[in-house]
Design a protein around this ligand. Structure first.
Ligand code: DOR
Ligand code: ZN
Length: 345
Protein backbone atom coordinates (compact mmCIF):
# COMPACT_ATOMS: atom_id res chain seq x y z
CA UNK A 1 0.00 0.00 0.00
CA UNK A 2 1.29 3.48 -0.81
CA UNK A 3 2.36 5.42 2.22
CA UNK A 4 0.50 8.71 2.47
CA UNK A 5 0.85 11.85 4.54
CA UNK A 6 -2.19 14.05 5.11
CA UNK A 7 -1.57 17.53 6.55
CA UNK A 8 -3.29 20.89 6.82
CA UNK A 9 -2.84 22.86 3.60
CA UNK A 10 0.54 24.63 3.89
CA UNK A 11 1.46 28.28 3.31
CA UNK A 12 4.62 29.70 1.77
CA UNK A 13 6.03 32.45 4.01
CA UNK A 14 8.44 33.91 1.43
CA UNK A 15 7.89 33.98 -2.32
CA UNK A 16 8.60 35.96 -5.50
CA UNK A 17 5.83 36.13 -8.09
CA UNK A 18 7.18 38.99 -10.26
CA UNK A 19 4.53 40.73 -12.38
CA UNK A 20 2.93 40.61 -15.83
CA UNK A 21 3.28 37.47 -17.96
CA UNK A 22 5.80 35.84 -15.63
CA UNK A 23 3.49 36.33 -12.65
CA UNK A 24 0.50 34.93 -14.54
CA UNK A 25 2.47 31.83 -15.47
CA UNK A 26 4.04 31.09 -12.05
CA UNK A 27 1.08 31.84 -9.71
CA UNK A 28 -0.65 28.52 -10.61
CA UNK A 29 2.33 26.47 -9.38
CA UNK A 30 2.11 28.00 -5.92
CA UNK A 31 -1.70 28.11 -5.79
CA UNK A 32 -1.77 24.36 -6.51
CA UNK A 33 0.10 23.49 -3.29
CA UNK A 34 -0.32 26.44 -0.92
CA UNK A 35 -3.27 28.34 0.55
CA UNK A 36 -1.40 31.60 1.17
CA UNK A 37 1.99 33.12 0.48
CA UNK A 38 3.93 36.11 1.72
CA UNK A 39 4.63 37.89 -1.56
CA UNK A 40 7.89 39.79 -1.92
CA UNK A 41 7.65 43.41 -3.07
CA UNK A 42 10.91 43.63 -5.07
CA UNK A 43 9.31 44.61 -8.36
CA UNK A 44 10.57 47.45 -10.53
CA UNK A 45 9.53 49.84 -9.14
CA UNK A 46 9.11 48.19 -5.71
CA UNK A 47 5.80 48.07 -3.82
CA UNK A 48 6.06 51.02 -1.43
CA UNK A 49 2.49 52.31 -1.21
CA UNK A 50 -0.82 50.90 -0.03
CA UNK A 51 -2.33 51.53 -3.45
CA UNK A 52 0.46 49.68 -5.26
CA UNK A 53 0.12 46.75 -2.82
CA UNK A 54 -3.63 46.60 -3.33
CA UNK A 55 -3.33 46.69 -7.13
CA UNK A 56 -0.59 44.03 -7.17
CA UNK A 57 -2.73 41.81 -4.94
CA UNK A 58 -5.60 42.11 -7.43
CA UNK A 59 -3.33 41.15 -10.34
CA UNK A 60 -2.18 38.07 -8.43
CA UNK A 61 -5.73 37.08 -7.47
CA UNK A 62 -6.73 37.33 -11.13
CA UNK A 63 -3.97 34.86 -12.04
CA UNK A 64 -5.20 32.14 -9.64
CA UNK A 65 -6.73 29.31 -11.70
CA UNK A 66 -10.45 28.84 -11.10
CA UNK A 67 -11.21 26.11 -8.61
CA UNK A 68 -8.19 26.94 -6.45
CA UNK A 69 -8.44 29.05 -3.30
CA UNK A 70 -5.28 31.07 -2.83
CA UNK A 71 -4.70 34.30 -0.95
CA UNK A 72 -1.61 36.48 -1.50
CA UNK A 73 -0.34 38.21 1.65
CA UNK A 74 1.33 41.44 0.62
CA UNK A 75 4.49 43.09 1.89
CA UNK A 76 5.69 46.68 1.78
CA UNK A 77 9.25 47.35 0.56
CA UNK A 78 11.06 49.54 3.07
CA UNK A 79 13.12 52.44 1.76
CA UNK A 80 15.18 55.05 3.60
CA UNK A 81 12.37 57.59 3.41
CA UNK A 82 9.15 55.59 3.64
CA UNK A 83 6.43 57.35 5.66
CA UNK A 84 5.57 55.29 8.79
CA UNK A 85 1.93 56.30 8.33
CA UNK A 86 1.81 54.49 4.98
CA UNK A 87 2.82 51.29 6.75
CA UNK A 88 0.34 51.84 9.58
CA UNK A 89 -2.48 52.46 7.10
CA UNK A 90 -1.55 49.47 4.91
CA UNK A 91 -1.65 47.17 7.94
CA UNK A 92 -4.89 48.66 9.30
CA UNK A 93 -6.60 48.30 5.92
CA UNK A 94 -5.53 44.66 5.62
CA UNK A 95 -3.37 45.27 2.54
CA UNK A 96 0.08 44.76 4.05
CA UNK A 97 0.73 41.73 6.24
CA UNK A 98 4.42 42.51 6.74
CA UNK A 99 7.23 44.85 5.68
CA UNK A 100 10.37 43.72 3.91
CA UNK A 101 13.83 44.97 4.77
CA UNK A 102 16.33 44.64 1.95
CA UNK A 103 19.72 46.10 2.75
CA UNK A 104 20.43 48.28 -0.31
CA UNK A 105 22.28 46.29 -2.96
CA UNK A 106 21.88 42.90 -1.24
CA UNK A 107 20.07 41.11 -4.06
CA UNK A 108 17.74 41.29 -7.09
CA UNK A 109 15.93 44.67 -7.24
CA UNK A 110 17.21 45.87 -3.89
CA UNK A 111 18.74 49.14 -5.12
CA UNK A 112 16.03 51.18 -3.38
CA UNK A 113 16.52 49.23 -0.15
CA UNK A 114 17.61 50.55 3.20
CA UNK A 115 21.14 51.98 3.50
CA UNK A 116 21.09 52.10 7.32
CA UNK A 117 18.38 50.77 9.67
CA UNK A 118 18.69 54.02 11.62
CA UNK A 119 16.88 55.60 8.65
CA UNK A 120 13.77 53.47 9.22
CA UNK A 121 13.69 53.73 13.03
CA UNK A 122 10.30 55.52 12.86
CA UNK A 123 8.74 52.81 10.70
CA UNK A 124 10.10 50.02 12.90
CA UNK A 125 8.76 51.72 16.02
CA UNK A 126 5.27 51.82 14.48
CA UNK A 127 5.57 48.17 13.45
CA UNK A 128 6.58 47.10 16.96
CA UNK A 129 3.65 49.12 18.25
CA UNK A 130 1.02 47.54 15.99
CA UNK A 131 2.52 44.01 16.03
CA UNK A 132 3.43 43.95 12.33
CA UNK A 133 6.05 41.47 11.16
CA UNK A 134 9.38 42.63 9.71
CA UNK A 135 10.76 40.21 7.09
CA UNK A 136 14.52 40.61 6.91
CA UNK A 137 16.97 39.77 4.15
CA UNK A 138 19.82 39.26 6.58
CA UNK A 139 23.02 40.10 4.75
CA UNK A 140 25.40 43.04 5.03
CA UNK A 141 26.45 44.44 1.69
CA UNK A 142 29.84 46.08 2.41
CA UNK A 143 32.34 45.17 -0.28
CA UNK A 144 34.95 44.28 2.35
CA UNK A 145 32.82 41.45 3.78
CA UNK A 146 33.21 38.08 2.09
CA UNK A 147 29.94 36.93 0.53
CA UNK A 148 29.99 33.70 2.59
CA UNK A 149 30.20 35.75 5.82
CA UNK A 150 27.49 38.27 5.05
CA UNK A 151 24.73 36.62 7.05
CA UNK A 152 26.81 35.99 10.18
CA UNK A 153 28.12 39.56 10.11
CA UNK A 154 24.58 40.91 9.64
CA UNK A 155 23.52 39.23 12.89
CA UNK A 156 26.18 41.03 14.90
CA UNK A 157 26.19 44.37 13.10
CA UNK A 158 22.47 44.84 12.44
CA UNK A 159 20.03 42.28 13.84
CA UNK A 160 21.27 41.93 17.40
CA UNK A 161 21.49 45.73 17.95
CA UNK A 162 18.10 46.21 16.27
CA UNK A 163 16.37 43.75 18.60
CA UNK A 164 18.15 45.23 21.61
CA UNK A 165 16.72 48.60 20.58
CA UNK A 166 13.20 47.30 19.78
CA UNK A 167 12.88 44.07 21.82
CA UNK A 168 9.21 43.46 20.97
CA UNK A 169 9.52 43.85 17.18
CA UNK A 170 8.34 40.70 15.38
CA UNK A 171 11.09 39.60 13.02
CA UNK A 172 11.26 36.81 10.47
CA UNK A 173 14.91 36.18 9.67
CA UNK A 174 14.36 34.98 6.12
CA UNK A 175 15.96 32.17 4.15
CA UNK A 176 18.59 31.48 6.81
CA UNK A 177 21.73 29.74 5.60
CA UNK A 178 24.11 29.42 8.57
CA UNK A 179 24.48 27.70 11.92
CA UNK A 180 24.97 31.19 13.38
CA UNK A 181 21.48 32.19 12.23
CA UNK A 182 19.97 28.99 13.64
CA UNK A 183 21.62 29.65 17.01
CA UNK A 184 20.57 33.30 17.00
CA UNK A 185 16.92 32.46 16.34
CA UNK A 186 16.89 29.67 18.92
CA UNK A 187 18.33 32.00 21.56
CA UNK A 188 15.97 34.91 20.78
CA UNK A 189 12.54 35.52 22.26
CA UNK A 190 9.27 34.25 20.75
CA UNK A 191 9.08 37.38 18.57
CA UNK A 192 11.94 36.11 16.38
CA UNK A 193 11.50 33.28 13.87
CA UNK A 194 13.07 32.13 10.61
CA UNK A 195 12.12 30.69 7.25
CA UNK A 196 14.19 28.01 5.54
CA UNK A 197 14.19 27.31 1.79
CA UNK A 198 14.27 23.85 0.19
CA UNK A 199 17.53 24.61 -1.60
CA UNK A 200 19.41 25.44 1.59
CA UNK A 201 18.29 22.08 3.02
CA UNK A 202 19.40 20.16 -0.10
CA UNK A 203 22.59 21.79 -1.33
CA UNK A 204 25.80 23.23 -0.02
CA UNK A 205 28.16 25.52 -1.94
CA UNK A 206 29.81 22.61 -3.72
CA UNK A 207 26.59 22.18 -5.72
CA UNK A 208 27.29 25.61 -7.21
CA UNK A 209 30.97 25.29 -7.92
CA UNK A 210 32.22 21.70 -8.24
CA UNK A 211 32.69 20.35 -11.76
CA UNK A 212 31.82 23.70 -13.33
CA UNK A 213 29.73 26.71 -12.38
CA UNK A 214 26.11 25.77 -11.93
CA UNK A 215 24.04 28.92 -12.12
CA UNK A 216 20.75 27.17 -11.36
CA UNK A 217 22.02 26.47 -7.84
CA UNK A 218 22.88 30.14 -7.28
CA UNK A 219 20.66 32.19 -5.03
CA UNK A 220 21.11 34.79 -2.31
CA UNK A 221 22.01 34.32 0.44
CA UNK A 222 24.36 31.94 -1.26
CA UNK A 223 24.49 28.29 -0.09
CA UNK A 224 27.23 27.78 2.51
CA UNK A 225 29.44 24.87 3.56
CA UNK A 226 28.08 21.47 4.62
CA UNK A 227 28.05 22.07 8.37
CA UNK A 228 25.58 24.90 7.83
CA UNK A 229 23.29 22.78 5.70
CA UNK A 230 23.27 20.15 8.43
CA UNK A 231 22.40 22.77 11.08
CA UNK A 232 19.51 23.98 8.91
CA UNK A 233 18.19 20.46 8.39
CA UNK A 234 18.28 19.85 12.11
CA UNK A 235 16.46 23.11 12.87
CA UNK A 236 13.79 22.64 10.18
CA UNK A 237 12.97 19.08 11.20
CA UNK A 238 13.24 19.63 14.97
CA UNK A 239 9.63 20.62 15.57
CA UNK A 240 10.72 23.99 16.99
CA UNK A 241 7.91 26.45 16.07
CA UNK A 242 10.45 29.20 15.37
CA UNK A 243 11.30 27.58 12.03
CA UNK A 244 8.88 27.41 9.14
CA UNK A 245 8.49 27.04 5.40
CA UNK A 246 9.45 29.86 3.02
CA UNK A 247 10.53 28.75 -0.45
CA UNK A 248 12.04 32.00 -1.75
CA UNK A 249 11.03 30.63 -5.14
CA UNK A 250 12.39 33.23 -7.55
CA UNK A 251 11.81 32.70 -11.28
CA UNK A 252 14.44 33.93 -13.74
CA UNK A 253 14.55 33.06 -17.45
CA UNK A 254 17.16 30.44 -18.27
CA UNK A 255 19.22 32.88 -20.35
CA UNK A 256 19.35 35.37 -17.46
CA UNK A 257 20.85 32.70 -15.20
CA UNK A 258 23.15 31.12 -17.79
CA UNK A 259 24.97 34.35 -18.38
CA UNK A 260 28.31 36.07 -17.67
CA UNK A 261 26.52 37.74 -14.75
CA UNK A 262 23.83 35.25 -13.82
CA UNK A 263 20.84 36.30 -11.71
CA UNK A 264 20.38 35.03 -8.16
CA UNK A 265 17.28 32.97 -7.53
CA UNK A 266 16.04 29.38 -7.66
CA UNK A 267 12.62 28.49 -9.05
CA UNK A 268 11.36 25.80 -6.69
CA UNK A 269 7.60 26.49 -6.58
CA UNK A 270 6.47 23.66 -8.91
CA UNK A 271 7.72 20.87 -6.60
CA UNK A 272 8.17 22.74 -3.34
CA UNK A 273 6.37 20.31 -1.03
CA UNK A 274 8.00 17.27 -2.65
CA UNK A 275 11.39 18.90 -2.15
CA UNK A 276 10.87 19.69 1.54
CA UNK A 277 9.28 16.35 2.25
CA UNK A 278 12.29 14.47 0.84
CA UNK A 279 14.36 16.17 3.55
CA UNK A 280 11.93 15.38 6.37
CA UNK A 281 11.79 11.76 5.22
CA UNK A 282 15.59 11.45 5.06
CA UNK A 283 15.80 12.92 8.56
CA UNK A 284 13.15 10.54 9.93
CA UNK A 285 10.98 13.52 10.85
CA UNK A 286 7.75 13.11 8.87
CA UNK A 287 5.80 13.73 12.08
CA UNK A 288 7.25 17.27 12.20
CA UNK A 289 6.42 18.17 8.62
CA UNK A 290 2.94 19.55 9.26
CA UNK A 291 4.24 21.88 11.95
CA UNK A 292 6.95 23.28 9.67
CA UNK A 293 4.74 23.55 6.57
CA UNK A 294 1.33 24.45 7.95
CA UNK A 295 1.23 25.37 11.65
CA UNK A 296 4.26 27.36 12.81
CA UNK A 297 3.92 30.14 10.23
CA UNK A 298 0.28 31.02 10.97
CA UNK A 299 1.00 30.86 14.71
CA UNK A 300 3.84 33.36 14.37
CA UNK A 301 1.84 35.72 12.15
CA UNK A 302 -1.24 35.45 14.38
CA UNK A 303 -3.32 34.00 11.52
CA UNK A 304 -5.66 31.03 11.50
CA UNK A 305 -4.49 27.64 10.33
CA UNK A 306 -5.97 26.50 7.01
CA UNK A 307 -9.04 24.31 7.37
CA UNK A 308 -8.45 22.13 4.29
CA UNK A 309 -5.95 19.31 4.08
CA UNK A 310 -3.58 18.09 1.37
CA UNK A 311 -2.22 14.63 0.69
CA UNK A 312 1.27 13.58 -0.26
CA UNK A 313 2.04 10.07 -1.46
CA UNK A 314 5.29 8.19 -1.20
CA UNK A 315 5.84 7.55 -4.89
CA UNK A 316 8.34 8.89 -7.39
CA UNK A 317 7.94 12.35 -8.83
CA UNK A 318 10.11 13.22 -11.83
CA UNK A 319 11.01 16.90 -12.06
CA UNK A 320 11.17 18.10 -15.69
CA UNK A 321 14.46 19.43 -17.10
CA UNK A 322 12.71 22.56 -18.23
CA UNK A 323 9.48 24.49 -17.84
CA UNK A 324 8.20 27.48 -19.69
CA UNK A 325 6.94 30.78 -18.30
CA UNK A 326 6.30 34.11 -19.98
CA UNK A 327 7.49 32.60 -23.26
CA UNK A 328 10.87 31.81 -21.71
CA UNK A 329 12.55 28.60 -20.74
CA UNK A 330 12.93 28.29 -17.01
CA UNK A 331 14.88 25.61 -15.16
CA UNK A 332 13.23 24.38 -11.95
CA UNK A 333 15.07 23.31 -8.81
CA UNK A 334 15.85 19.55 -8.97
CA UNK A 335 15.60 19.65 -12.79
CA UNK A 336 15.82 16.11 -14.14
CA UNK A 337 15.86 14.53 -10.68
CA UNK A 338 13.41 12.11 -9.09
CA UNK A 339 11.94 12.96 -5.70
CA UNK A 340 10.43 10.27 -3.50
CA UNK A 341 7.13 11.96 -2.69
CA UNK A 342 4.33 13.26 -4.91
CA UNK A 343 1.77 15.93 -4.14
CA UNK A 344 -1.64 14.35 -4.68
CA UNK A 345 -3.88 17.39 -4.01
O1 DOR B 1 18.23 34.47 -4.82
C1 DOR B 1 17.46 35.39 -4.61
N1 DOR B 1 16.59 35.80 -5.55
N2 DOR B 1 17.51 36.02 -3.44
C2 DOR B 1 16.80 37.13 -3.20
O2 DOR B 1 16.92 37.66 -2.13
C3 DOR B 1 15.95 37.72 -4.27
C4 DOR B 1 15.56 36.72 -5.25
C5 DOR B 1 14.98 37.33 -6.52
O3 DOR B 1 14.15 38.23 -6.42
O4 DOR B 1 15.33 36.86 -7.60
ZN1 ZN C 1 13.46 36.25 -1.56
Amino acid sequence: MTKILKIRRPDDWHLHFRDGDMMRDVVPYTARQFARAIVMPNLTPPITTVEAGRAYRERIRAAVPSGLAFEPLMTCYLTDNLDPEEVRRGFAEGVFTACKLYPAGATTNSDSGVTDVANIRGVLEVMADIGMVLCVHGEVTHSDIDIFDREAVFIEQVLRPLLADLPTLKVVFEHITTEEAVAFVQASGPNVAATITPQHLHINRNAMLVGGMRPHNYCLPVAKREKHRLALRKAATSGNPKFFLGTDSAPHARHAKESACGCAGIFNAPFALESYLAVFDEEGALDHFEGFASLHGPAFYGLTVNAETVTLEKRDCVVPEMLSAAGEEIVPFHAGQTLGWTYAG
